[in-house]
Design a protein around this ligand. Structure first.
Ligand SMILES: [Zn+2]
Length: 84
């Protein structure tokens, strides 16, 4: 039986199948939104609701997930940018 991998959203801590989540990747000290889930590097996952939540920036949830300062620009991309 095929099993869809589940990942935990870093903000609401709910579990979702990978395809429902946006992945943020840190690679060589830079951050990227990984819409295709194919980039290497350390990743953090956010559900579609939390990526637009004000709490994401208020709590600096990405900073905590990566244990480094994540540029505000990345938070802005999550909140404002939609592909498709
Ligand atoms: Zn969430």
């Amino acid at each position: 039986m095929a099993h869809t991998p589940e990942r935990t959203c870093i903000l609401c801590r709910s579990k979702f199948s990978k395809t429902e989540l946006i992945r943020v990747v840190r690679l060589n000290g830079e951050f990227f939104l990984d819409e295709t889930h194919k980039k290497d590097g350390r990743g953090a996952y956010l559900c579609s609701k939390c990526r637009e939540s004000d709490d994401l920036l208020k709590k600096r949830a990405l900073d905590r997930a990566f244990r480094v300062r994540v540029p505000d620009e990345i938070y802005g991309l999550l909140k404002g940018e939609h592909n498709g």
